[in-house]
Write a new protein. Structure first.
Length: 333
């Protein structure tokens, strides 16, 4: 599903991110499961990831990222009209993590809800918020990708536990003023025929956790890594190309590509196919691993604060995740 230039242009007024203090390195994982720094580094590019404290929930990390974004946008939480949290690791199945966040921030006027689109969730939220603002339904929105994946990882399964980490990223969207940047084009897509490639099989209505199945750890991430890898490359290539073309841009116009941070080999494969040189691609997965919906959001904030792009520059975000889902956005900053 594609969206081109909005009637009312929508800009990103501020970004923020937060990662927990505790660092889990590849060397730490070597003690926990049969793996090696060499295997993890060559297969994924990941060196370490952050792990939230036991009493640090998804909404707490989201609140910390949100406060930074609000500060940068020079906005008070009471001005927010809409909050969308993209997460697959909510505080509770219900109510939505966005409700806890709304209360924590004191954003009393904001309508708040969650969306579940795995690693593509932040860009799904961006598209939704951009449309709702551009249609005039809301003046502004706080969107987040926030995950406590460490609570849904089987720490005895070496094929998945080395990949994931915790964190949150936020962005404030608002109607663009004259001369400000804007979201140029967005793209989201889903293939529900491949739900078996990447999922958390237990803990939902299809397979509640019971005393009988409790020892099978069904409420943890399961993945057919190789198949996901191939799908990730083609879907992200196509989604990124779609927003680049519809924005009237060429690869050489892109100041920075911010791809989903799952695997360095996937990133290298898609950037070759989009024909963007590696030095114009933002990578931070070596520090955080795959933080699912939070990955693009944290990367956007880090790149922004590191002045990797500025006013007038064109950037492209692209993501892929369970569902299968994929999404991209082209933005003039
Ligand atoms: N340490 C050492 N060996 C390992 C480890 C480990 N941590 N994990 C797996 N292995 C072994 C396997 O057992 C296998 O051994 P075998 O050949 O004897 O059977 C071997 O390494 C190769 O395993 P593969 O799965 O073929 O490894 P691959 O090269 O495919 O890399 C990886 C695996 C990193 C998971 C890769 O497939 C990948 O990145 N996939 C995509 C992940 C992704 O993009 N996810 C996106 C969304 S995530 C979301 O939505 C929540």
């Amino acid at each position: 599903m594609s969206g081109t230039v909005s009637q009312l242009p929508v800009a990103i007024a501020g970004t923020g991110s937060y990662v927990p203090e505790r660092v889990l390195t590849n060397a730490d994982l070597e003690i926990m499961v049969e793996t090696s720094d060499e295997w993890i580094t060559t297969r994924t590019g990941i060196k370490e990831r952050r792990i939230a404290a036991e009493d640090e929930f998804t909404s707490h990390m989201a609140a910390k990222a949100s406060r930074k974004a609000l500060e940068q946008a020079e906005m008070d939480a009471s001005e927010l009209q809409l909050i969308i949290v993209a997460t697959i690791t909510p505080n509770t199945l219900t109510p939505a993590t966005a409700c806890y966040l709304q209360h924590d921030l004191g954003a009393h006027r904001a309508v708040a809800f969650d969306i579940s689109a795995a690693c593509s969730g932040f860009l799904y939220a961006m598209k939704l918020a951009e449309r709702l603002i551009s249609d005039g339904a809301f003046e502004n929105a706080l969107i987040l990708g926030a995950e406590k994946l460490s609570a849904f990882v089987n720490w005895d399964d070496r094929s998945t536990c080395v990949l994931f980490g915790d964190g949150a990223g936020a962005a404030i969207l608002k109607r663009a003023e004259e001369g400000e940047g804007k979201i140029l084009a967005t793209d989201i897509g889903t293939d529900g025929g491949q739900t078996d490639l990447l999922n958390i099989p237990g803990g939902g209505s299809a397979c509640p956790i019971t005393i009988e199945n409790a020892d099978q750890r069904l409420a943890t991430l399961a993945m057919v890594g190789g198949d996901v890898f191939k799908q990730a490359v083609t879907r992200m290539r196509d989604s990124a190309n779609s927003v680049i073309e519809r924005s009237g841009l060429k690869p050489e116009d892109i100041k920075l590509l911010i791809p989903h941070q799952a695997n360095l080999r996937i990133i290298e494969a898609i950037t070759k196919r989009i024909e963007i040189p590696q030095e114009r691609v933002f990578v931070n997965l070596h520090k955080y691993g795959n933080t699912s919906a939070a990955a693009c959001a944290i990367a956007l904030d880090e790149a922004h604060r590191a002045d990797k792009f500025g006013r007038g520059d064109h950037i492209v975000l692209v993501a892929f995740g369970a569902g299968l889902t994929w999404a991209a956005a082209a933005i003039r900053w």
